[in-house]
Structure formats: structure tokens, C-alpha cells
Design a protein around this ligand. Structure first.
Ligand code: ADP
Ligand code: MG
Length: 223
């Protein structure tokens, strides 16, 4: 992913202006920063969910800011995976359904989608339960990672993916996430408040007062 000159405004405030960010294939980048600094907004831009006031966001050979409607949805399904803080699985569906759904929406056939979903879940240590409500918080997050990578994305995004987990689950989810760039060659852009998680990334950046830049001290980036 290549973000150039990104400018984003909310009423009364410019969240960032002329922001630059490059995440290459196989690389992991962690973003830290105080609450309200715009970390989630940055990920929403990278996902093509919100439209910036200016700049370009190139993912998988297309500028997201130039895509609309069905073309944007299709490009996103093929190239971008996202993991949220609380997993956000559909609770009444099984983990396999949740993961296969992402492949089905990207155009895969049913048998192929389910075979890949079950293989991925097993690989990531998620039980093939009847409903996602039976899963622990950590298992839910690993299922969310499986859902995010089933279409072999160019870019994997994660917004505070370990924020709601206890320490043991946090380690396992972080292991799973940071294995993905090596395994699939995707870029990983992860937002976290946890210095221990951030330090596992190839690069740690801080976002504060609209400026995104390298941080030497992950702990200090939160202040
Ligand atoms: P972070 O994830 O770093 O905590 P966010 O990206 O969620 O920060 O939000 C950054 C700031 O932008 C916050 O002050 C938030 O209130 C504001 N903001 C984000 N989206 C909107 C919006 N659609 N309308 C108004 N304010 C917004
Ligand atoms: Mg946020």
C-alpha cells in the first residue's frame, strides 16, 4: 500500500494533512498514538470506507479514492482484509461460515470457500464450532484473522486487535497476525496501544497532532 498526500478533515479539525505511508509486501508496520489522534480513521481510509479530502491510497494496483460502489467493494474484497478489536464475527453463524462468507463474497465457489475456511481455521487453532458464540475471545480474534486473509489480501489491516484480550490470548493473536506477512506476502498495518505488540512489527510509527512518523520508544508514543 502506498498513501500519498493524504488529507482528512472532520468538522472543525484537520486530522491529518499530506500524510505519507508506504507498507510493502511482507512488511509489518505498527501505528501507535493517543486516543482521538486518527488511527482508526487512517485504517478506514486504507480500507476505502471513508473518503479523504485529498491524496491517493494505492492498494493492489488501484487508487481506492478513485473507485466507487461495486468496483470499490470488489477491489476491497480481493485485496484488503481487516481485523477489528472485538472480532466482529456474526455470532449466529459458525466460525467456518464467517470465514467462508468472505471468500463467497469475493466470488469463490461454495465447496472451495468452505474447504479453505476449515483448513485456515484448523491451521490457526480455532475449533470448528457450531456457533461463534462458543469461541473464546482469542479464538474469535484468530477466526477474524482467518476471515481477513482467506482471499490472500495485498493488505491486512488490524485496529487494536489485542485490545480486548488477556495476556495469553494476546500473545497467540499477535503470533498469528505477525505470521501473516511472511506466510502470504501481504503488508500488515496494525494499530495498537500495547508496546509489546508494536515492537514485534518491522517498523513502529506514531500518529500525533496529524503527523505520522517513526518512534524510537513505543511506550512514549502513547503519550
Ligand atoms: P483513534 O482511533 O486514534 O482513537 P479516530 O480515528 O477514531 O481516533 O478519531 C479521530 C478523531 O476524529 C476523533 O476526535 C473523532 O471524534 C473524530 N472523528 C472521526 N470520524 C469523525 C466523523 N465522521 N465526524 C466527526 N468527527 C469524527
Ligand atoms: Mg481507534
Amino acid at each position: 500500500m502506498s498513501i500519498r498526500g493524504l488529507t482528512y478533515e472532520v468538522p472543525g479539525r484537520t486530522l491529518f494533512s499530506s500524510l505519507e505511508l508506504e507498507v510493502v509486501a511482507g512488511e509489518s508496520v505498527a501505528v501507535m498514538g493517543p486516543s482521538g489522534s486518527g488511527k482508526s480513521t487512517l485504517l478506514s481510509c486504507a480500507l476505502g470506507l471513508v473518503r479523504p479530502a485529498g491524496g491517493t491510497i494505492a492498494v493492489g494496483g488501484a487508487d481506492l479514492t478513485g473507485l466507487r460502489g461495486a468496483a470499490l467493494a470488489r477491489h476491497r474484497a480481493e485485496h484488503i482484509g481487516m481485523v477489528f478489536q472485538f472480532g466482529e464475527l456474526l455470532p449466529e453463524l459458525s466460525p467456518a461460515d464467517n470465514v467462508a462468507l468472505a471468500a463467497l463474497l469475493a466470488g469463490a465457489g461454495r465447496a472451495d470457500a468452505y474447504a479453505r475456511a476449515e483448513e485456515l481455521l484448523t491451521e490457526l487453532g480455532v475449533p470448528l464450532a457450531e456457533s461463534s458464540e462458543e469461541l473464546s475471545g482469542g479464538e474469535r480474534q484468530r477466526a477474524a484473522v482467518a476471515r481477513a486473509v482467506i482471499n490472500s489480501p495485498t493488505l491486512l489491516l488490524a485496529d487494536e486487535p489485542t485490545g480486548a484480550l488477556d495476556e495469553a490470548a494476546r500473545e497467540k493473536v499477535a503470533d498469528t497476525l505477525f505470521a501473516m506477512p511472511r506466510r502470504y506476502g501481504c503488508g500488515l498495518l496494525l494499530v495498537t496501544h500495547d508496546p509489546a505488540v508494536a515492537r514485534r512489527a518491522d517498523r513502529v510509527l506514531g500518529l500525533a497532532s496529524g503527523v505520522l512518523g517513526p518512534v524510537a520508544d513505543a511506550q512514549a508514543a502513547e503519550r
